[in-house]
Design a protein around this ligand. Structure first.
Ligand code: NAD
Length: 260
């Protein structure tokens, strides 16, 4: 279905991004992985994905909290593959802290990576998409693009921001065959979530088990974590012809969280 198309998934060395990369590679796209991490482990992930799917998989390790690195990443993808058809803005970080203790440098990092990096990838990828008359922009936002939780000021601000960016870009590109949508997952058990459990326990004065039961899964009506494969399947659908009229929306995959 995506044969001949080139997809970049930012932050795809683990978690949700890796799941989306798998789904797009299974559909035949050439996939460019990005993210931070141990080079040997990343090479294993890259090689496994290429072997499993029989498609070309490459890796570019840019730190997307830096605007110049984002520009280098997009230029490199277009130089190596001649095109960029599917852009998945997924790289993201979290920090959990009451607002009065929230470190300003954490605010700056979260806004830079979760929001500003997507502005740069989109503005740089759009000219090629417009020229070819086809493109798919998928922003991995969060249920926190729609509702807030305490102690996550920067994250919630960045995710509400990326939803606004998604809607604006969708309107600008609607007549060019390019769609832009935001996937809004509930909690998925990835390193990003594992890391915040101790801080949330501290911020709320409860145990880590209580964090999982009473905080993370409290609003998720299904009482289970969302699976990475469920998000990959949705991303692949958004890239299909059947999704050509779906643009400018937030798609919650949150086990009923935002239905409350
Ligand atoms: P993760 O920690 O498993 O993966 C994050 C990815 O981003 C990794 O590949 C990491 O290397 C990369 N990354 C981190 N800093 C980077 C940087 N400066 N430059 C480039 N890459 C960088 O996390 P995840 O849970 O898979 O999160 C992926 C996205 O999904 C994030 O945007 C997150 O906000 C969003 N999300 C996650 C959940 C959840 O419950 N896990 C829920 C909703 C939304």
């Amino acid at each position: 279905m995506l044969k001949g198309k080139v997809a970049l998934v930012t932050g795809s060395t683990s978690g949700i991004g890796l799941g989306i990369a798998h789904a797009l590679a299974r559909d035949g796209a050439t996939v460019v992985l990005n993210g931070l991490g141990n080079p040997d482990e990343i090479e294993t992930i890259r090689a496994q994905l290429a072997a499993e799917t029989g498609t070309e998989v490459t890796f570019v390790g840019a730190d997307l909290s830096r605007a110049d690195a984002v520009a280098e990443l997009i230029a490199r993808v277009e130089a190596d593959h001649g095109r960029l058809d599917v852009l998945v803005n997924n790289a993201g970080v979290q920090h959990v802290s009451p607002i009065e203790d929230f470190p300003p440098e954490k605010w700056d990092l979260i806004i830079a990576l979760n929001l500003t990096a997507a502005f740069h990838t989109i503005r740089l990828a759009v000219p090629g998409m417009k020229k070819r008359g086809w493109g798919r922009i998928i922003n991995v936002a969060s249920a926190h693009a729609l509702v807030a939780s305490p102690f996550k000021s920067a994250y919630v601000a960045s995710k509400h921001g990326i939803l606004g960016l998604t809607k604006t870009v969708a309107l600008e590109l609607a007549e060019h065959g390019v769609t832009a949508n935001a996937i809004c997952p509930g909690y998925v058990m990835t390193p990003l979530v594992q890391k915040q459990i101790p801080d949330t326990a501290k911020a709320r004065g409860i145990t880590e088990e209580e964090v999982v039961r009473d905080v993370l899964l409290a609003s998720q009506a299904t009482k289970r974590f969302v699976e990475v494969d469920e998000l990959g399947a949705l991303a692949a659908f958004l890239c299909s012809d059947g999704a050509a009229s779906i643009t400018g929306i937030a798609l919650p995959v949150d086990g009923g969280w935002t239905a409350h």
